[in-house]
Ligand binder design. Structure first.
Ligand code: SAM
Length: 221
């Protein structure tokens, strides 16, 4: 980032504020989420060849044929997660690390799991560069990370065939999971709240389109 020309930097600043205004006009109302996204340089999380597209409200390709999610989707999922400072949040699908940065900016302790080592390593570097203390783990996120739980929130940023059972059980009672569920082609976004030891309540929030969640409690590779 330090080698970036000053003019490019200030143009990113302007584009970032314009993106946040767009998110607000599209119905994102959580001031803390909007503020977090007005502070975090999305260009740090994407390949340099795509810098000029960093503040488009669209998903963009990253390594391993994966994507950094659309900013509106990141904002919506974070808003639905209702993050409070000090909470423990588990993210499945680190990807670029941008979503993890937004949650960490809100003061949560974030553990993020990614199945592709190269993505996890790049995300860790970007998060460290910006000073976010996110625990990045490599592996099958559908089995979760029981040692770090129970979690106040779990966010799954890849499309699942169903709620991964191990993750439902790692949610604290009263905790919230945001998860896209459906087919490989299209999903619905759900908020799942753990209401008791063996009870969960799910609410359909709307349509979603994600790359597949691949793993033991996800899709086959
Ligand atoms: N949250 C990311 C961001 O901010 O850039 C976007 C994630 S991308 C849409 C989905 C990611 O989920 C991909 O990087 C993919 O490799 C990862 N993924 C898919 N199945 C997984 C699994 N079982 N465990 C961990 N990561 C998985």
């Amino acid at each position: 980032m330090s080698s970036r020309p000053a003019r490019q930097y200030s143009s990113f600043e302007l584009q970032r504020q314009q993106l946040v205004a767009l998110l607000s006009s599209r119905g994102i109302h959580d001031a803390q989420v909007l503020h977090a996204m007005s502070c975090i340089p999305r260009e740090v999380f994407i390949p340099p060849a795509l810098y000029t597209r960093a503040y488009e409200d669209s998903a963009l390709p990253i390594d391993n044929r994966q994507t950094i999610s659309q900013p509106y989707t990141v904002a919506l999922m974070t808003q639905l997660l209702q993050v409070q400072a000090g909470q423990k949040i588990l993210e499945i699908g680190t990807g670029s690390g941008y979503q993890a940065a937004v949650i960490a900016h809100l003061g949560a302790h974030v553990v993020s799991i990614e199945r592709h080592a190269i993505l996890s390593q790049k995300a860790r570097t970007a998060l460290q560069q910006l000073g976010y203390n996110v625990v990045c783990r490599i592996g099958d996120g559908t089995i979760g990370y029981r040692e770090g739980g129970p979690y106040d929130g779990i966010i799954i940023t890849a499309g699942a065939p169903d709620v991964p059972e191990p993750l439902a059980k790692q949610l604290a009672i009263g905790g919230r999971m945001i998860v896209p569920i459906g087919t490989l082609e299209e999903q619905r976004l759900y908020t799942v709240i753990r209401t008791g030891e063996e009870t969960w309540k799910a609410e359909d929030v709307g349509p979603a389109k994600f790359v597949p969640l691949i793993g033991r409690s996800g899709w086959n590779e």
